[in-house]
Design a protein around this ligand. Structure first.
Ligand SMILES: Cc1cc2nc3c(=O)[nH]c(=O)nc-3n(C[C@H](O)[C@H](O)[C@H](O)COP(=O)(O)OP(=O)(O)OC[C@H]3O[C@@H](n4cnc5c(N)ncnc54)[C@H](O)[C@@H]3O)c2cc1C
Length: 353
């Protein structure tokens, strides 16, 4: 699985050739890409622009999230509907409504001087080599090393003396919201209004579907992909996760409703904004990530975060932080776990440590 991303595999041209270009060159239609491929995978990657996906990802995503599930690449179960039905399970790490996740953050920040709701305005290098970190309230802190763990554009704004090469690298990553600043997954609405799902499918989807995706053509001919995440089924909280499926309350997260659709405001419980949350999977982003090694650690300044990895996921973003911490002297905390240790080594290679 890692062959194309490590060792001589890095020279594989398919690392940067877009999957879309290959697909079109082989005769695939634009409509199939827009109406089948993109909507199918947006729900997994929370990214609505998949054309820059490097071709090397093609077999990997088919292995993980098959478009054509069969007995070799997917598990099925006997149910009242059929002999080989899909099986909906609760995401175990979220079944206690994020208690485990909060525990992780508590452990990560134990015994450190944590400042919340404080924007870092700039980082400058002092003549004695120390770094001066200034926040938006004009508080300053002089430190030996700095690890940036924020979006690439924020690094560019904060680290003004980074130099031209670093600035080229910081300005290269493209995020999903660069393509869909007001649609796609940019705005999320959390609510309990089941009417957003078409009535013939509503009951079945609310009970069993992890996602509901509606693809419509707008008046101007462009395609709208509406994504509903069914959290009532995927990740319910305490007192809900162990209820029988048919008794669970409606709990949806909607994005980019199709024209003419609306959500009952009385049933909305919250909203979210995904700006800068998802770097695209693209050859340019992979090149920026690999080039980062040219400036990583220079002047005691390090970079971690999703855009410093080949993905846009929790695990790798978190691991990139461990890689930087290790580079400046921290002990790797999961040395006893062979598989975790392998991933740590792989990401260190990719990040150039
Ligand atoms: C709704 C949603 C669902 C997702 N689902 C999944 C999933 O199921 N699985 C998965 O693996 N990934 C998922 N992701 C992606 C994953 O969350 C991100 O890739 C990952 O959290 C990125 O971590 P990070 O540390 O790079 O960035 P973030 O977690 O975004 O942290 C960056 C931090 O930098 C701070 N910051 C920015 N500028 C400044 C400044 N000037 N001063 C101080 N602080 C600053 C921000 O406030 C933020 O706290 C999801 C993302 C979203 C939004």
């Amino acid at each position: 699985m890692y062959d194309s991303h490590t060792g001589v595999g890095l020279l594989n041209p398919m690392n940067v050739v877009p999957l879309y270009s290959m697909f079109r060159a082989m005769g695939g239609s634009e409509l199939w890409w827009q109406v089948v491929f993109t909507p199918y995978y947006t729900a997994s990657f929370l990214v609505d622009e998949l054309r820059p996906f490097p071709a090397v990802f093609g077999p990997l995503i088919e292995a993980q999230i098959p478009l054509l599930p069969n007995k070799d690449n997917a598990r099925s179960f006997k149910s009242h509907r059929s002999e080989s039905d899909c099986n909906i399970t609760t995401c175990q790490t979220w079944k206690d409504a994020g208690k485990g996740i909060r525990e992780v953050f508590d452990k990560l920040t134990a015994d450190i001087d944590l400042r919340e709701n404080t924007r870092v305005a700039d980082v400058s290098i002092l003549p004695n080599g120390k770094k001066r970190v200034r926040d938006e309230f004009d508080n300053v802190l002089d430190v030996d090393r700095v690890v940036f763990a924020c979006p690439a554009n924020a690094v560019g704004n904060i680290h003004k003396a980074a130099g031209w090469l670093a600035n080229v690298i910081f300005s290269t990553p493209v995020y999903a919201d660069d393509h869909h600043p007001d649609s796609g997954h940019m705005h999320a609405v959390l609510h309990s209004d089941g009417s957003v799902i078409e009535s013939p499918h509503r009951e079945e989807c609310l009970k069993r579907a992890s996602n509901y995706v509606e693809v419509t053509e707008r008046d101007d001919g462009s395609i709208n992909i509406e994504n509903q995440y069914n959290f009532g089924v995927q990740t319910p909280g305490p007192g809900v996760y162990d209820m029988p499926l048919d008794e669970k309350p409606v709990m949806l997260i909607s994005h980019a409703l199709g024209e003419g659709k609306s959500i009952d405001e009385g049933l909305v419980v919250g909203t979210a904004n995904h700006a800068r949350a998802h770097p695209l999977y693209s050859g340019w982003n992979v090149m920026a990530m690999l080039s980062l090694r040219l400036v990583q650690g220079r002047d005691g300044i390090y970079y971690c975060s999703n855009w410093t990895t080949p993905g846009n996921c929790h695990d790798m973003s978190f691991l990139s932080g461990l890689v930087c911490a290790h580079a400046i002297g921290a002990r790797y905390p999961f040395a006893g776990n062979g598989e975790a240790r392998k991933d740590f080594g792989r990401l260190r290679d990719l990040m150039g440590f």
